[in-house]
Design a protein around this ligand. Structure first.
Ligand SMILES: Cc1cc2nc3c(=O)[nH]c(=O)nc-3n(C[C@H](O)[C@H](O)[C@H](O)COP(=O)(O)OP(=O)(O)OC[C@H]3O[C@@H](n4cnc5c(N)ncnc54)[C@H](O)[C@@H]3O)c2cc1C
Length: 369
């Protein structure tokens, strides 16, 4: 294997919060939240579920709600119907000590998460519960539903929050993640936001899971109007059957770029992923070239990941790609161009031909138990 070039993380990885809307950093100079205000913090989390469990990404939204809401009054809203919904409600009720209530909207029209219907549901539930905060994850569900619900409630949402300094003071990335901006929400009505799930991880279940379940209540939908003209309808779910972990939550991600050169060569990367128990990611150039489907894209316009280990093969390190992976704990880059920008964010860099490195790794790594 060719010589290893060890490169330190560049400044991009050590970003400091940049205060765009608020002139001073949140901790010292910003005015403290008054006690009376914090007493009225009540948070609604819009959650997704699958197979009778609340999705990992929604658990992160619950963890974020717990940061906003120190008084442990987090309400989780789930939609759907039947046994899967009941099981997910039970999971939500016991998943975090801050959850004080689970609201279940049980209706056939909510089985598939259509954005227009869900936005009307959020509007409906908000008028009954008058929550101070509405939080969901910054994924396709949250990005689809929250802005629509915010428009119905005449609220300006805060998106992609990575840190909550105070109940109305948030930190979020700007300029494709090159700077962090401190935003104070000063609007009326509920403070609505999407959070980055990679920034709010749930505490380990064994120590934090509640012994007592929060109460589960049905949302009374008898007066719910899903909107007169349906703007979209559910056709079908197309998903890749795979034993590998979900890209958004995987501990290890191996990503291929244009350097892989073909869809056929991506199979090599898949073999490596199998050995490592990793998820496969791709750059936009690899997706646009048709090597892999676009749900594998990592970056500004793809998925945001922050695994324990991120391995990039034949990836140049364009700013839009870095926006989706630079918070990974350890970054390893393999590129035959020693000047490739990916090396500026890599903890370990290997200047080598990926077509030599990947087969060697596959050969030498032990099989995953
Ligand atoms: C608005 C906007 C949004 C975007 N969003 C995203 C996004 O979400 N995600 C994203 O990834 N990109 C995004 N892009 C595209 C981005 O700008 C880059 O074009 C893209 O990331 C480049 O992908 P790449 O690194 O695979 O390809 P290239 O830049 O072509 O790099 C290929 C690399 O492979 C190396 N290589 C080639 N052969 C070998 C070999 N045999 N062994 C080792 N190394 C080899 C080369 O040295 C090169 O560094 C976006 C662009 C725009 C304008």
């Amino acid at each position: 294997m060719a010589a290893v070039a060890m490169l330190k993380r560049c400044l991009l990885r050590n970003r400091r919060p940049f205060s765009a809307l608020s002139p001073s950093p949140p901790s010292s100079a910003s005015p403290p939240i008054r006690g009376s205000l914090s007493r009225f913090v009540s948070t609604l989390v819009l959650a997704e579920h699958e197979g009778g469990l609340v999705k990992q990404s929604s658990l992160s939204a619950i963890a974020a709600a717990a940061v906003v809401n120190k008084e442990k009054s987090v309400t989780v809203l789930l939609g759907g119907s039947g046994l899967a919904l009941r099981k997910a409600a039970s999971h939500a009720a016991s998943c975090h000590p801050s959850v004080s209530q689970v609201l279940v909207a049980d209706a056939d029209i909510l089985v598939h998460p259509l954005a227009e219907t869900w936005a009307e549901l959020v509007n409906f539930v908000q008028h009954q519960g008058n929550y101070s905060h509405i939080i969901t994850t910054s994924n396709s569900f949250g990005k689809n539903v929250l802005p629509r619900a915010a428009a119905l409630l005449d609220v300006s949402p805060v998106t992609d929050v990575v840190e909550i300094a105070e109940p109305h003071l948030f930190i979020r990335p700007i300029y494709a993640g090159n700077a962090l901006c401190t935003v104070r929400y000063a609007g009326k009505g509920p403070c609505m936001m999407t959070i980055r799930s990679t920034s709010f991880t749930l505490p380990s279940c064994s120590t934090e899971t509640k012994s007592v379940e929060a109460p589960i209540s049905q949302v009374d939908l008898s007066t719910f109007d899903e909107g007169s003209v349906p703007k979209s309808r559910w056709l079908k779910l197309v998903s890749q059957e795979s034993e590998r972990p979900d890209l958004g939550n995987a501990r290890v991600v191996v990503t291929g770029g244009r350097g892989l050169k073909s869809a056929e060569n991506f199979k090599l990367l898949e073999k490596l992923a199998e050995k490592l128990g990793a998820a496969v990611g791709a750059t936009r150039a690899a997706v646009d070239a048709g090597f892999v489907p676009n749900d594998l894209q990592v970056g500004q316009t793809g998925k945001i990941v922050a695994p324990e280990l991120y391995m990039a093969f034949g990836v140049s390190g364009a700013i839009q790609h870095l926006a989706g992976m630079r918070d990974s704990k350890v970054i390893v880059a393999i590129n035959k161009d020693a000047d490739a920008p990916i090396f500026q964010v890599a903890d370990y860099g290997l200047v080598a031909d990926l077509f030599e490195v990947i087969p060697e790794l596959i050969e030498k790594l032990p099989d995953k138990k």
